[in-house]
Design a binder for this molecule. Structure first.
Ligand code: AHG
Ligand code: MN
Ligand code: MN
Length: 278
């Protein structure tokens, strides 16, 4: 019975009941997004997000599905999404311990129309203002991959575990205690254009190629990092690219912090680009 998400959370996650219960609502939201990707409109919503990026109807729909599930859980004090301008503070009566959730409802939007794998990313903290929170304060991180199979990978600080959505919409355990080795033969060099005027990055990528490493890069952060976790090896980069992305494009709160937590819990390492560059 340990091989379903609910029982795994109960007996292996070490998480308190409130956190386990809230993660179940996140898992529930990913099932609706899994369905929406197959059935809804893939076009533009006609709106843009805080970062000035055009939103797909699917970005907006995924955002609403997640926000609705966080609200109905009754365990989220406040939530912030890559796709919405403001933080949402829930006014409902809060029972039990509550959480703050930062999420990227649909990562890889530019890949949706080409049928490449995309994902959702979630970063969970004990409740409180997001300003000033650091990645080290996360109590859980998880992501879903919507590809040939829909999978959910979570950590609550006790290992990294993968579940696969089955035909009756249950998440069953497919990998437990995922580990990343110290050596690698794969590289995922994001933002390669930055190598033109970043000699250190150019030298790094040249070295990887001279060593005969295998390139594995789709342009979707979720499948690209999922590849590293499931192969147990690899390096992913996305360096700054002035003037468009002086601190790098990937968002600390919605993308880098949760993946840094997951990678470190699997024995990997992370260098947040806003703090250090290659
Ligand atoms: P999002 O779709 O949530 O905006 O994120 C896309 C990100 C990430 O998935 C990927 O690593 C990166 O954008 C790719 O950026 P470029 O298209 O600039 O290479
Ligand atoms: Mn993203
Ligand atoms: Mn996104």
């Amino acid at each position: 019975m340990l091989n379903f998400l609910d029982s795994h959370l109960r007996y292996k996650s070490g998480a308190p009941h409130s956190l386990r219960h809230m993660i179940r609502y996140i898992a529930r939201a990913t099932k609706f997004i899994h369905h929406a990707i197959k059935t809804s409109d893939l076009g533009l919503a006609g709106t843009s997000n805080l970062f000035g990026e055009e939103q797909l109807s699917l970005d907006v729909l995924a955002d609403r599905i997640i926000m609705d599930n966080l609200k109905v859980s009754g365990l989220v004090a406040n939530a912030i999404s890559e796709e919405s301008e403001e933080e949402t503070v829930f006014e409902h009566e809060l029972k039990d311990e509550t959480y703050s959730v930062a999420y990227d409802p649909l990562d890889g939007s530019s890949l949706v129309d080409t049928n490449l794998a995309i994902g959702s990313i979630f970063s969970i903290y004990k409740s409180g203002p997001f300003i000033g929170k650091t990645g080290r304060e996360q109590v859980a991180a998880l992501y879903a991959v919507y590809g040939p199979r829909t999978t959910l990978v979570y950590t609550t600080g006790k290992g990294v575990h993968e579940f696969t959505l089955n035909d009756v919409y249950e998440y069953s355990l497919t990998r437990e205690d995922i580990k990343i080795s110290d050596t690698s033969k794969y590289f995922a060099p994001g933002n390669l254009r930055a190598a033109q005027d970043n000699p250190k990055y150019k030298k790094l990528v040249d070295d990887w190629m001279l060593k005969g490493y295998t390139l594995r890069y789709s342009g979707g952060m979720v499948p690209d990092l999922n590849h590293i976790l499931l192969k147990g090896q690899g390096i992913f980069t996305y360096p700054p690219f002035p003037p468009k992305y002086p601190n790098g494009k990937l968002r600390l709160l919605f993308e880098c912090n949760p993946f840094a937590f997951l990678m470190e819990m699997a024995g990997g390492a992370s260098m947040i680009p806003a703090v250090s560059s290659p």
